[in-house]
Each structure stands twice: as C-alpha cells, then as structure tokens.
Write a protein that binds this ligand. Structure first.
Ligand code: MG
Length: 449
C-alpha cells in the first residue's frame, strides 16, 4: 500500500512517511479556504499521532483565517453531528478509521455534516495545488473548545420518539464493550450507562494503543466473545477506532457478523417508521429481505458512506448504511454511527423480549464470500466491459462496477479505486454456494487477463 492515499473526502497515510505535519497543514489550509474562512470543528480519534496532527490542522486553519472549535477526542459521528449542531462551515476529523496504528488521516466534513463528495473534494485538492492565501496577522482565526459535543450526541439519540430509555433500563442489560482503546471510549460507556446497562469495559481507555487488529471483524473479537461468555452477559458491542462501525457478539459468545448490525437496525426501524432504506451494492440480502418483508423500498448505491448518505437525503430515506456495521439514521444525522446502532438494537431487544441469538436465528440465511484478483495485463474497466458481454443475458446492475443479480444470490465485481485489483464479492444461501460463485468469477477474470 502507498504511504499516502489522497481521496476526495480526505487523506490517509503512514505518519512520518506519507502523512507528515506539513501534509496535514496544507490540507487544513486548503479546506479552510474552501470553507471560506468560517468556523471549523476539529475532532480526532485516540491515535497517539492525533495530538501532533491536530496542532498542524489547527495551525493551518487559523493561518487562513478560520475560527477553530476543538472537540478533541470524539468519534467521527460526534464530529459530524457537532458541525451541524453549532452551524459550523465544516469539520475535520483526524482518523484513519480501522487502519493499523501507524496510520492516521483527515476526513473532511462539509457544513451539512456529510463527508465531501467527489466534486467538493476536487475543489479542495485544486486549492491545495494553487497559491494558498494566508491571512494577515490581524485576520488569523480564533481557537476555542466545545465541551458538549458528546453530550449533544447522546441527547440526540436518547430523545428520539421511538427510543424509550425507561423501557431499556428495566432490562438492566449486561453489555461487554470493546472500544479497542479508540475514540468510542469517550462516549459508548456513558451512553450505555444512561440506558441502565451494566457495562463490562474492555479496551476502554483512549490510549490509541490498539491491543488487537482494530477492525471489528469476527476474527478480531475473540477477547470480547470470551468475556461475554465468562461474564454471562446479554451481548457484546465492539466499535472501530473512530466509532462509526458497530459489531455485535451474541449471548453465546458468537460474533454475528457486521452485516447483521444493519440488518437488526433496519428490522427495528421498519417496524417503527416504515420508509425507504438505502444500502450499498455489496450489502447483504439479509437486510434487503427484511426491508421487503415490511414492504419498504430498497435503493442501492455505490460503496462508500457519502453515496449512501446523499441518496438517503435525495429520497428522504428513514435508515441506510453499509454492511460493515455502519448504520445511518436520518433522524439523527446522515453519517454512520455506532451509538445510533447500539441504541436501536437495545430498544429492539427490550421491545421483543428476545435475545440476540434468537433474533439472529429468525433472520433469512445468506452467506457472503469476498475475494480479489490482481490484474496484470487488462485494465479494470476492460474487465467490466468483457463481463458485461459474457453475462449479457443476466440481470446486470452497473451501480458500482458490475453486479449480477440472480434469484437468491448475487456476484459483485468491483474495481478498487486505489489498487490495481478487482474485488469479487458474492452472496448466496450457503457458504459453499457463495464461495463457488467467487471462485468461478475469479477464474473467469483471470482467463480474461
Ligand atoms: Mg471507522
């Protein structure tokens, strides 16, 4: 992987190699100019390099005349929501999400609390390449702190019409929480305590020293699974370092898979407030089937939070998200939010009186398999064109790469934006079937190469 990855919604890199204070400063200056010198919220996850990068970002913003509101260690969704709440001109979240500890990055948030889209991101990159006009000494910005961002976030969730903290409290759920020593630690335990949960805290100090691979995939949650069992807890929650992705471990210690986070949230919301659901092209049929059971429309978008969020706004969707544990609830804000996800799931448990295992057992059964092919001779777009010819008689979807939809399964072939690879993802009622769909497609693509 390269040491610096510049994308439309920000930049990510290995600190000290690709990502230096100078790079952070130049992005902050360009973003500040793009925002026309308004008020900018700056948040960060708990990475040990966050403090250093924060000062570079603040210096860049002040230097072009922006006023900076520092909310320090906060999850990404808290920062997004804060931009909207205090009517800032934008926000910068310093995080590399689930990337390993040596990485960090900047995510750029526009005044509506959404990440920048491709067009907005291009404008920032253009400003960065041009002469950046620094403010005179008497026009540089002011720095202030805002202490209520976390409280505001919790309040926005607990005051939703369909969330009944009193009902959830009656159950005294015992919840093991694994925040991987990330930004979730500053808000998740407090939210759960407000919901009357008895919490067992794992990796809940915001040291930024991730004790395990920080991506909340089932294989990284063994400590959480064991703790749920030994503590005889009702469930376990794991969040990624910047608190936008949520994974669930059931009462029997089983990580139920991140796809199920969105599935359960959609199940709850479709029963309370039926309305359109938006998800990306690779999100599970489990979620889609649940939405269909409730008779609500499902709209698919390309992979990426910004695509889902913008489509939700466009069609007035109730809920949306991605299969990586990212739940977006329009009533709070249009960003993936692990706190929203856990609250919806606790309300679902309280209202149904069921456990995670029993709800999970009632969901439609599908299995996803993922693979990738490294391309040598053929371009990523040529692969898509050739597959379009080969599968011309099937139900094809070009939302993001090419997706072949079949009755109870699909195969999605998606060119990577950052590497010369093609991702192949398939879903079918059994693991055997989805694996064979992926293997066949990989062979097919290799034959074209
Ligand atoms: Mg994240």
């Amino acid at each position: 992987m390269q040491n610096l990855m510049i994308s439309v919604s920000g930049v990510r890199g290995i600190v000290g190699q690709g990502l230096t204070p100078e790079v952070a400063l130049s992005f902050a200056q360009a973003f500040g100019l793009y925002c026309q010198r308004g008020k900018i919220v700056v948040g960060r996850d708990s990475r040990v390099t966050g403090e250093m990068l924060k000062h570079a970002v603040i210096a860049g913003l002040l230097a072009v005349g922006c006023d900076v509101v520092d909310i320090d260690i906060s999850p990404t969704p808290t920062t997004q929501l804060c931009v909207e709440n205090i009517q800032a001109a934008g926000g910068i979240m310093i995080t590399a999400s689930h990337n390993p500890i040596e990485w960090n990055g900047l995510k750029l948030i526009s005044s509506d609390g959404l990440f920048l889209d491709a067009e907005q991101g291009q404008q920032v990159l253009k400003i960065r390449e041009s002469n950046q006009n620094l403010a005179n000494w008497n026009k540089i910005g002011q720095l202030s702190e805002y202490q209520n961002a976390i409280e505001d976030h919790i309040t926005a969730i607990l005051t939703l019409d369909y969330i009944q903290p009193q009902l959830i409290k009656k159950y005294h759920f015992k919840v093991v929480v694994d925040c991987v020593c990330g930004a979730g630690t500053v808000v998740v335990p407090s939210l759960l305590q407000k919901l009357g949960c008895e919490t067992v805290l794992l990796n809940c100090k915001p040291t930024g020293l991730f004790p395990r691979n920080p991506e909340p995939l089932p294989e990284n949650l063994t400590q959480l699974s064991q703790a749920v069992l030994s503590e005889k807890a009702d469930l376990g929650f794991a969040v990624d370092p910047d608190g936008d992705r949520l994974a669930i471990v059931s009462e029997s210690g089983q990580p139920i898979g991140e796809e199920k986070t969105l599935a359960l949230a959609v199940k709850f919301m479709s029963s309370k407030k039926p309305g359109p659901v938006v998800m990306n092209a690779s999100t599970s049929l489990v979620t889609e089937s649940i939405a269909r059971e409730y008779g609500v429309p499902v709209v698919r978008t390309p992979v990426g939070e910004i695509h889902v969020a913008k489509k939700m706004r466009e069609i007035g969707a109730v809920i949306g998200g991605e299969g990586n544990g990212g739940v977006i609830l329009a009533d709070v804000h249009l960003g993936r939010d692990a706190l929203v996800g856990m609250t919806l799931i606790l309300q679902l448990l309280a209202e149904s009186g069921q456990s995670i295992d029993s709800i999970n057992a009632s969901l439609p059964k599908y299995e996803i398999t993922k693979g990738k092919v490294e391309l040598k001779n053929i371009s990523r777009s040529e692969v898509v064109e050739r597959l379009q010819q080969i599968y011309a008689n099937e139900d094809l979807d070009f939302t993001d790469g090419i997706k072949i939809n079949r009755k109870n399964s699909w195969i999605h072939v998606r060119p990577s934006n950052t590497e010369p690879i093609i991702r192949v993802i398939a879903e079918a009622p059994t693991l055997e079937e989805s694996q064979s769909l992926v293997n066949e497609m990989i062979k097919q693509i290799e034959a074209l190469d």
